[in-house]
Write a protein that binds this ligand. Structure first.
Ligand code: ATP
Length: 238
């Protein structure tokens, strides 16, 4: 039998105050799978990630992670179940060094799973190793983005929610970020990432979900999205 997905979302609705933003978003992320949530500016990608995490007002027909219903749980409880959220704006402690930032994120590992350590993370992000003693104020935007991801991994999540990981990064850093996501997948992590860049999504994702004005428009294998010119021109920035 096929194991159930790690994350299942059906009929997701979300609001900011009275503004109804998401209307019926559905997606799933299997264990060890990388899924790209795609769509233009304002389509509702960030809101979808926030709604899963409990950071936006939401309701869903199904919102299950690892056999647990997330509907009634606040964000900090959801984080403790093993979902790591990396927002688009970097959230590092600028006055702390790289290594201190990593220590701030440390949480006990999940039963039976290996724990991330700063040394293991330096293998994944070699440039963080070189600047382990440097303070956040002296890092570039891309380096801060990597540190935010690395610090989230110190919490030993089984699912990562990455909001636009390639946004605003120099091409070299984008390639390093894609390589990091591929290695995380190889380690068995599951990833749901929001992305506008088709090339980044193509480099890392197994499947894609395309949303527009808060509704799911298309879902399928990444290779099929690349082959489907019509869907790409209709819903994605080209
Ligand atoms: P982007 O690539 O610009 O981040 P996105 O697909 O992530 O786009 P969202 O940030 O989820 O889109 O925004 C979806 C809609 O919700 C947009 O119309 C946006 O204007 C609106 N919105 C976002 N944040 C708020 C908020 N705090 N209050 C009210 N409306 C909001």
């Amino acid at each position: 039998p096929v194991p159930p997905p790690l994350l299942t979302v059906e009929g997701l609705q979300a609001w900011y105050g009275r503004a109804h933003i998401l209307d019926g978003v559905a997606l799933s992320v299997g264990r060890g799978e990388v899924v790209a949530l795609m769509g233009r500016n304002g389509a509702g990608k960030t809101t979808t990630l926030k709604a899963v995490m409990g950071l936006a007002q939401r309701r869903a027909a199904v919102l299950r992670f690892d056999g647990r219903d997330l509907a009634a749980l606040p964000a900090h409880r959801i984080a403790r179940l093993g979902i790591g959220y990396v927002p688009e704006d970097r959230r590092i402690f600028a006055d702390l060094t790289v290594e201190e930032n990593l220590e701030v994120g440390r949480q006990p590992p999940r039963p039976g799973a290996p724990a991330w350590t700063p040394d293991k993370l330096y293998e994944l992000f070699p440039n963080l190793k070189e600047m382990r003693g440097r303070r956040g104020t002296r890092m570039s935007g891309g380096e801060q983005q990597m540190l935010t991801l690395a610090r989230t991994l110190m919490g030993n999540p089984s699912l990562l929610l990455l909001d636009e990981p390639s946004e605003g990064l120099a091409p070299l850093i984008v390639r390093q970020m894609a390589e990091a996501v591929r290695r995380l997948k190889a380690e068995g992590l599951s990833v749901l990432l929001s992305e506008q860049s088709l090339s980044f999504a193509a480099a890392v994702a197994d499947r894609a979900c395309v949303i527009e004005t808060g509704r799911l428009r298309w879902t399928g294998a990444m290779a099929d999205l690349l082959a489907d010119r019509q869907v790409r021109t209709a819903y994605l920035a080209v």
